[in-house]
Write a protein that binds this ligand. Structure first.
Ligand code: ADP
Ligand code: MG
Length: 469
């Protein structure tokens, strides 16, 4: 919709001309960027005026303006120029009040850092809206390694910076890798340093629950105000809103309102923004607009570090390094399970009065370890072994019996028996359809050789460790 066309207000024909040009530009923009992107970002563009070759466009929020400037600015200029044949300087200004950010807090606060006075009872409401923070989840208790250094640095920056360094901060990674820990750490840090800043942390699920009860009790205004009056909003496990349309819609508006007022937003998810299936495209693109930091699977050193820090924190029993190393080798899936394993060993040793050693650990964790082992596949083993002995992967299945390939093949069979729950016939099939007796023979042979040949024993030890981490 054209708001004001003041190319020359005394010349209606010219004004019409400009309106038509703008219409054609918009059509071509839609054709070029697609309906979804157009509807989210370019449809709200209004033409305010054209004067002396300067095309003034408006958008309702600074957030949208920044986005359009960084993604579509040149395209708009080029299209305008090709439509009217004259060089045009395009400018985009923020004029609040238009779509899509509506709501009492958003409009009243637009562009300023001040807040509406809180209605009575808002302190409590806010407390209820958020989720409580785990005392252990602080920066001091977070062990940094390669896998999480970016996420950690970004979280610290957000927590320490008096301004908003990037918006939103989007943290993602698999289960139990420290996303929630980092978010709580941000909240603790800000609360301690700057108790006046309002920090609200909650899960996406709780956000939805709050929203639905607001709808039910006709409290939507209160809900909107509450969520839009915080300085820092942190929403954990955002993948939860996938497929939940009205919650997404409300979340989108809340998000826009906050970002637009330069309030910090921190989001976590189990996958990257672009992979959030069931979440609208405009939401996905917004989530990826600030800093996206992924947390990778932990490596062995990080796991040992985390265990050591846990043990120090407990300050109770002496735990031999051997036990920590064993746990770090064998529990590789996620940090939560790793901690769980350690806790189980400590609790067991304490309850039944056993020493904390490797034997106790293996005994207590038998089922947990088996679950972890199951994740190693015969294919992984074949690949590793072939690499290690520098032979082609195809030799694992080939009928060739030359020593140079037969021995590595036996090693791979041996490891398959040890590290996977597969039966002898199953293993045989994966090695070019060999008989189960061949596999059995290989397992025995390698066992025997290991007794006498320390080089081989070390090789196998190394391969095991590589496969298990
Ligand atoms: P996520 O939210 O990613 O599923 P959490 O933040 O709940 O994972 O982490 C699971 C457990 O692992 C928590 O007890 C947390 O303290 C711990 N943890 C994860 N990463 C680390 C780390 N780098 N240092 C210390 N503890 C960690
Ligand atoms: Mg979590």
């Amino acid at each position: 919709m054209v708001a004001i066309v003041s190319g020359d207000s005394k010349n209606p024909a010219l004004a019409l001309d400009i309106a038509e040009t703008w219409d054609r530009v918009r059509h071509r923009l839609r054709a070029e960027v697609g309906d979804a992107a157009f509807d989210s970002w370019l449809k709200p563009l209004d033409l305010a005026s054209v004067r002396d070759g300067r095309v003034m466009l408006t958008l309702p929020t600074r957030f949208m303006r920044d986005w359009v400037m960084s993604h579509y600015f040149e395209k708009i200029g080029a299209l305008w120029q090709s439509e009217c044949g004259e060089t045009a300087a395009v400018e985009i200004h923020v004029v609040p009040g238009g779509a899509p950010v509506r709501g009492p807090a958003a409009e009243a606060d637009s562009g300023s850092k001040s807040r509406l006075p809180a209605p009575a009872g808002i302190g409590r409401a806010e407390e209820e809206a958020g989720a409580s923070l785990d005392l252990r989840f602080t920066f001091a208790n977070f062990v940094v390694g390669k896998a999480n250094e970016l996420a950690y640095a970004a979280a610290r920056r957000v927590a320490e910076s008096p301004t908003v360094p990037f918006n939103p901060l989007y943290l993602y990674g698999g289960v139990g890798l420290g996303k929630t820990h980092l978010m709580h750490a941000i909240a603790w840090h800000i609360r301690e340093r700057d108790p006046d800043r309002k920090v609200l942390y909650l899960s996406a699920e709780k956000f939805m629950y709050q929203f639905i009860s607001a709808l039910r009790y006709k409290d939507v205004m209160q809900f909107k105000h509450l969520f839009r009056s915080v300085d820092v909003l942190m929403v954990d496990d955002v993948q939860f809103i996938s497929g939940k349309e009205s919650t997404q819609e409300e979340f989108f508006h809340t998000f826009n309102a906050l970002v637009d007022q330069n309030r910090q937003v921190v989001i976590s998810g189990d996958r990257s923004p672009s992979n959030l299936d069931g979440v609208e495209e405009r939401m996905r693109s917004r989530l990826g607009w600030g800093l996206v930091a992924d947390i990778h699977a932990t490596d062995y050193e990080l796991r040992v570090g985390i265990l050591q820090s846990k043990v120090q924190g407990l300050g109770t029993a002496e735990v031999p390094d051997q036990v920590l190393e064993f746990l770090a080798h064998r529990i590789t899936s996620n940090v939560r399970e790793l901690e769980g394993g350690l806790n189980r060993v400590l609790a067991y040793a304490n309850l039944v009065g056993r020493p904390i050693n490797l034997e106790t650990t293996q005994e207590v964790l038998r089922d947990l370890l088996r679950a972890n082992d199951r994740r190693i596949t015969i294919e992984d083993i074949q690949k590793r072994v072939a690499e290690h002995y520098n032979i082609r992967l195809a030799e694992m299945q080939s009928p060739r019996r030359a020593r140079a390939v037969a021995r590595p093949r036996q090693v791979a069979m041996y490891l398959s028996k040890q590290l996977t729950p597969r039966s002898l016939p199953e293993i045989g099939r994966k090695f070019g359809g060999r008989d189960h007796t061949t596999v059995m023979h290989a397992v025995r042979r390698i066992d025997e050789l290991c007794q006498a040949d320390t080089n081989l024993a070390e090789d196998i030890d190394l391969l095991k460790r590589m496969l298990e981490t």
